[in-house]
Write a protein that binds this ligand. Structure first.
Ligand SMILES: Cc1cc2nc3c(=O)[nH]c(=O)nc-3n(C[C@H](O)[C@H](O)[C@H](O)COP(=O)(O)OP(=O)(O)OC[C@H]3O[C@@H](n4cnc5c(N)ncnc54)[C@H](O)[C@@H]3O)c2cc1C
Length: 392
């Protein structure tokens, strides 16, 4: 303990969420973990609907949106999904693969408890109900002003997450701190989130709320296939959450409710049928969804003029609309944007201009696709920082 600076630690980690807890348990040094919530891993506990989709077997840099194209590579290569499952096996925590390489636990709380235990075993003191207010640097030490007074550390790890789910403690502290420390940040944006549609389509979605169908959704050059769920304000479901990662405000979205089928050709093949289009589509789409989506264009095939047939087919295969917004940070699974990765060493997550400062997890401008990739980034970035901290 430094006499001039009581309360001086080898390292202080801000945030006892996924990345902070994992980092604390991955190297041995007297360290302090500060958390403003009354407990650890509040968000972690509700991930994957309480079952925690903790990794994905296909966790490669392609699954991430990040300013620096290859930035995630070293951390992901050094900490793989198998490294995390080995920890679970050692702790006798059961897990299973759901689909597309997504690994789930039986209970997210079991994972949180394991991470807290690991952190304590590696000489971590955890202080709850402690809000970090400001961080400054001077005389080779980091000075943390908190709701419980001043703390000092040789190394600082910012693991405070993003803005999403403010009810669980997220408040964008990393963006504020980044600015105070003179670092570049990319603006926060809700991602893996539902989209709201403009007035006429919103009304249709409302009548279909709770129904879902397999579809294709695209924006710019990105295309996603998967389930779309209608909500009271627009659309959600896996395909929508994925596309929300790439969609920017004001951009067009294209919806295809008949992926792999050309509706115009199909209708022409049935042009003498006395059935309504919505009925004719029943091998592909539930008549309820088709009827609501086609609206005034839902006519008998035999009566359909050329322009109506064409318009109905376009509405099914390539409806274009500009979403009016997203479900916002209250509903977004993650926050895109964050501290610009160009300022950090990719292998250690240490800041190039401020040695001794590490930023991990969602606070960095690295956002994963839906399916366990964000938690895997939390673990991999935490492990990378821990390897470097162990040598300090
Ligand atoms: C509903 C939901 C479900 C999700 N499901 C999955 C899933 O199944 N799989 C997946 O990969 N990802 C999932 N995610 C995303 C995943 O939870 C995050 O990517 C991950 O938790 C990020 O880890 P982190 O450590 O960066 O931030 P967090 O886990 O958010 O931890 C940050 C911690 O810092 C604390 N903190 C913030 N500011 C301060 C401060 N000033 N002082 C003290 N403490 C502070 C916060 O209270 C919090 O505990 C889900 C997210 C949500 C919202």
């Amino acid at each position: 303990m430094n006499k001039n600076y009581p309360n001086t630690w080898h390292s202080i980690i801000v945030g006892a969420g996924a990345s902070g807890l994992f980092c604390a348990g991955s190297y041995s040094a007297p360290k302090l973990l500060l958390e403003h919530n009354p407990q650890a891993g509040r968000k972690l506990n509700i991930t994957g609907g309480g079952k925690c989709n903790f990794t994905n077997l296909q966790a490669t840099p392609n699954a991430y949106l990040c300013g620096g194209k290859h930035f995630c590579q070293p951390a992901l290569a050094a900490f793989t999904p198998v490294d995390f499952t080995a920890l679970l096996e050692q702790a006798h925590i059961p897990f299973y693969e759901k689909e597309d390489g997504q690994l789930f636990a039986q209970s997210a709380e079991e994972i949180t408890s394991l991470l807290v235990r690991r952190a304590r075993e590696q000489h971590t003191e955890i202080l709850f109900n402690t809000e970090v207010l400001h961080i400054t640097q001077g005389q080779g030490l980091w000075r943390l002003e908190t709701s419980r007074g001043l703390f000092y550390a040789q190394n600082m790890v910012l693991a405070s997450g993003g803005y999403s789910y403010p009810s669980l403690g997220a408040d964008g502290f990393a963006w504020r701190m980044g600015k105070e420390l003179g670092l570049q940040t990319l603006p926060p944006r809700p991602a893996l989130v539902s989209l709201t549609l403009p007035a006429p389509w919103r009304a249709v979605c409302r009548t279909l709320a709770g129904n879902s169908l397999p579809a294709e959704i695209s924006t710019g050059k990105r295309k996603e296939r998967g389930m779309i769920l209608f909500t009271h304000e627009g659309i959600s479901g896996p395909a929508v959450l994925q596309i929300s990662l790439y969609w920017q405000e004001g951009e067009k979205l294209r919806l295809n409710f008949l992926p792999g089928t050309d509706a115009e050709i199909y209708f022409k093949e049935h042009k003498n049928s006395p059935q309504l289009f919505s009925k004719l589509l029943s091998p592909f789409i539930s008549p309820k969804i088709a009827k609501a989506w086609l609206g005034e264009l839902d006519v008998r095939a035999a009566d359909a003029k050329k322009d109506i047939l064409h318009a109905a087919a376009r509405r099914l295969n390539s409806l274009e609309t500009i979403p009016s917004g997203t479900g916002g940070f209250t509903r977004a699974e993650v926050t895109a944007g964050g501290l610009d990765t160009a300022q950090f060493h990719a292998g250690s997550l240490e800041c190039k201009s401020l040695p001794g400062l590490f930023v991990i997890g969602e606070a960095l401008d690295v956002t994963g696709r839906l399916g366990g990739f964000n938690l895997h980034w939390a673990w991999a970035s935490a492990a990378a920082a821990a390897r470097a901290l162990a040598k300090k």
